[in-house]
Design a protein around this ligand. Structure first.
Ligand code: PLP
Length: 386
C-alpha cells in the first residue's frame, strides 16, 4: 500500500508531544558510572563549536593526546580518544590487533572479561578462556601455564573489573606475556584517572579507557594507547581491519600530521575531556590515587561499623569500585530505590551471577569524596534500620 503523506505527520497519530522535560533531578552519582562531572568540565562543554579541522581545534587535540600519554603513563605516539564509550575502546583494541584464526587468551573474572571474549570471537579469533571466580583476581601462574600450552597471539585482561570490584595486579602478567611474544591488551576503563595504569612500566601493548569513570567527564570518548609492538602488528596485518569506524590505520591519519578527515570529531566532548585531563593533572596522579585509596578505606571501615561487609578481599579491592555483600533477607533493589528517591543517591546493583547478591558503590573521580562516602553510609544505616 502506498504511504500517504498525512501519515508521516505526527499529529495524525497522537496529540503533539509538547516540549521534552529537561528538569532533571540532581543526583549524587555513586554507581558504576557515570561519575560526577566537575563544573569546570560542564562549562568547557558549553564553549562555542569550532570545526574539527580548525587550527585551534587541532591544537586542542595535541593537548589531549599529551594529557592522555601522561595519565596512561606512556610515551606511545599512538594515543588518542576514540569516538564512542568505553566499549568502543575495547572494540578498537581487539578489531585492530586480531586477525581471523589467531589465538587469543581472554582472562575472565567478571562481565567485562566476558565482553572481550565475545568481541574477540567476532573478530574470528580462536578464543581461549582463562576463568577465575567472580570476586577473585586472575592468578599470574595460571596465565603462564596457559601460555606454555601453545602459541598465543594476544592476551586480554581487565585492570579494574567494575562488575566485581577486583583490582588486578598486572606486573607479573605483563612480564609473562612479553616473554611469550604475545600482545597484552588491558581494559583500564574504570582504573584510569583513579589508580596508576603505568602502561610502559607494566609492558602493556594496548590499553583503553572511557571518560565517565575516574576521568569524571560525560560518557562519549574512549581514550586508547598503542605501543610500538601493537603498531607493528597493525602495520603487518594481512587483512583489512574489519570495522571501518574503528580502523586506526585511518583514524591515526586524522590525529597525525596528515589531518585527513575520517569522521567528524565530537567537538564538545573533546572540550570536556581536555578540561577533565587538566583537572587530573592539576591534582597530580599520585595525589589522585591517594584520594581514591583514602576515601575507599574510610568507606569500607564505615561499612563494617554498620554491619555490612565488602565483597572483595582487602588486597584486591579496587578503590574506585567498592562492592558490598547484600545481607541475608534484604531486598537489594528496594534499598537502591530508596537511596535514589529519598536521598538522591545512585548506586549500582550486581550484574550476571552477582545480581541480587552485591551492591556496587562507585567512588570515582569527582564522586570520590569523604562527604559522599559519609552521606551514603548514613543513608544506608537509616534504610537498613527501618
Ligand atoms: C564501563 C566499563 C566498560 C564499558 O564502557 P561503556 O562506556 O559502558 O561502553 C568496559 N570495561 C569496564 C571495566 C568498565 O567498567
Amino acid at each position: 500500500m502506498p504511504v500517504s503523506v498525512q501519515s508521516t505527520d505526527c499529529t495524525a497519530q497522537a496529540a503533539p508531544p509538547g516540549p521534552i522535560d529537561l528538569r532533571l533531578p540532581g543526583r549524587v552519582l555513586m554507581g558504576p558510572g557515570p561519575s560526577t562531572a566537575d563544573p569546570r568540565v560542564l562549562r568547557a562543554m558549553a564553549a562555542p563549536l569550532i570545526g574539527h579541522l580548525d587550527p585551534a581545534f587541532l591544537e586542542l587535540m595535541n593537548g589531549v593526546m599529551a594529557g592522555l600519554r601522561c595519565v596512561f603513563g606512556t610515551k606511545n605516539q599512538l594515543t588518542l580518544p576514540m569516538s564512542g564509550t568505553g566499549s568502543a575502546g575495547m572494540e578498537t583494541c581487539l578489531v585492530n590487533l586480531i586477525e581471523p584464526g589467531e589465538r587469543v587468551l581472554v582472562c575472565i573474572n567478571g562481565l567485562f572479561g566476558q565482553r572481550m571474549a565475545d568481541i574477540a570471537g567476532r573478530c574470528g579469533a580462536e578464543v581461549m578462556r582463562l576463568e577465575a571466580p567472580w570476586g577473585e583476581p586472575i592468578d599470574p601462574a595460571a596465565v603462564r601455564r596457559a601460555l606454555s600450552q601453545g602459541k598465543v597471539d594476544l592476551v586480554a585482561i581487565v585492570h579494574a573489573e567494575t562488575s566485581t570490584g577486583v583490582l588486578q595486579p598486572l606486573e607479573e602478567i605483563g612480564q609473562a606475556v612479553r616473554e611469550h611474544g604475545a600482545l597484552l591488551v588491558v581494559d583500564a576503563v574504570t582504573s584510569l584517572g583513579g589508580v596508576a595504569v603505568n602502561v610502559d612500566e607494566r609492558l602493556i601493548d594496548a590499553c583503553y579507557s572511557g571518560t565517565q569513570k575516574c576521568l569524571s567527564a560525560p560518557p562519549g570518548l574512549a581514550p586508547i594507547t598503542f605501543g610500538p609492538r601493537a603498531e607493528a602488528k597493525l602495520a603487518r596485518r594481512k587483512s583489512k581491519v574489519p570495522s571501518w569506524y574503528l580502523d586506526l590505520t585511518m583514524i591515526s591519519q586524522y590525529w597525525g600530521k596528515e589531518r585527513v578527515y575520517h569522521h567528524t570529531a565530537p567537538i564538545s566532548m573533546m572540550y570536556a575531556l581536555a578540561e577533565a585531563l587538566n583537572l587530573v593533572l592539576e591534582e597530580g596522579l599520585a595525589a589522585r590515587e591517594e584520594r581514591h585509596r583514602r576515601v575507599s578505606a574510610l568507606f569500607c571501615e564505615g561499612l563494617e561499623e554498620i554491619g555490612l561487609e565488602p565483597f572483595v578481599r582487602p588486597e584486591y579491592r579496587a578503590p574506585m569500585m567498592v562492592t558490598v555483600k547484600v545481607p541475608e533477607g534484604v531486598d537489594e533493589a528496594a534499598v537502591r530505590r530508596e537511596l535514589l528517591h529519598r536521598f538522591n543517591i545512585e548506586i549500582g546493583g550486581g550484574l550476571g551471577e552477582l545480581k541480587g547478591r552485591i551492591w556496587r558503590v562507585g567512588l570515582m573521580g569527582a564522586s570520590c569524596t569523604e562527604s559522599n562516602a559519609l552521606l551514603l553510609l548514613e543513608a544506608l544505616k537509616k534504610i537498613l534500620r527501618s
